[in-house]
Design a protein around this ligand. Sequence first.
Ligand code: NAP
Length: 243
Amino acid sequence: MSTVLVTGASRGIGAACALGFAKAGYDVAVNYCHSKDSAIALTEEIKALGVRAFAVCADVSDSAQVKAMFEAVRAELGAVEVLVNNAGISHAGLLTDMTDDEWKRLMDTDLSGTFYCCREGLRDMLRAHSGVIVNIASMWGEVGASCEAAYSAAKAGVIGLTKALAKEVGLSGVRVNAVSPGVIMTDMMAQYSDDDIAALKDETPLNTLGTPEDIAQAAVFLASDKARFITGQVLSVNGGFVI
Ligand code: NAP
């Protein structure tokens, strides 16, 4: 049985990924930062599927907490064989209004958090000469979004990290890919008005918005042997919003 660690799995896309991997037979480490109750509830739901689950608190922007998280997961479920770097925050507003602290918090969470988790996860993967990393990027990291410049920069960084790392660790038997979501209805979309969301839907060629499960399916696929020849790629799951 393989072990997957999904960061930011207490809600939204991360929670759907955790459930998707559980349904595929993985033991699942559910990372959360603030939403303890929903993380615990999710582990109960996962255990009912007949696999093991473990809720683990860590702020991914803190490298010491990330290190402790991997140690806790190793002790509870064994070494992480699949790592899904999903934890993230967004920030809407003009770049000229953004404070140093807001910029730093976003970069620390979305980009440095992914780096810290890759670094820790790779220790066991390189030893085992196998493993898979799936980074959750964003279509804004591919094409940029007005009033989300910092977020776009962080996610473009995640895409660059994915490609470079795939080249670095391929010979060591580790695959690294990204899933790049379009508009997915989660708490992260709460900052948008109903009119904004309707406009985003209209702009989407498939004329529908994405669900967390759409992203989970892509992550489970990239982690599976069906994707054994796929590395360093960005799988855009966006209904055609960015082509
Ligand atoms: P969400 O509903 O706001 O959930 C965010 C998750 O990240 C929560 O589980 C939260 O945990 C966790 N998190 C935030 N900061 C954290 C930290 N410092 N350490 C650990 N966990 C942290 O967001 P979502 O829409 O599911 O987004 C998930 C990922 O998809 C993000 O990387 C986001 O950028 C990306 N994405 C989303 C969309 C979209 O349209 N929704 C589009 C493109 C990309 P707690 O609640 O426990 O703090």
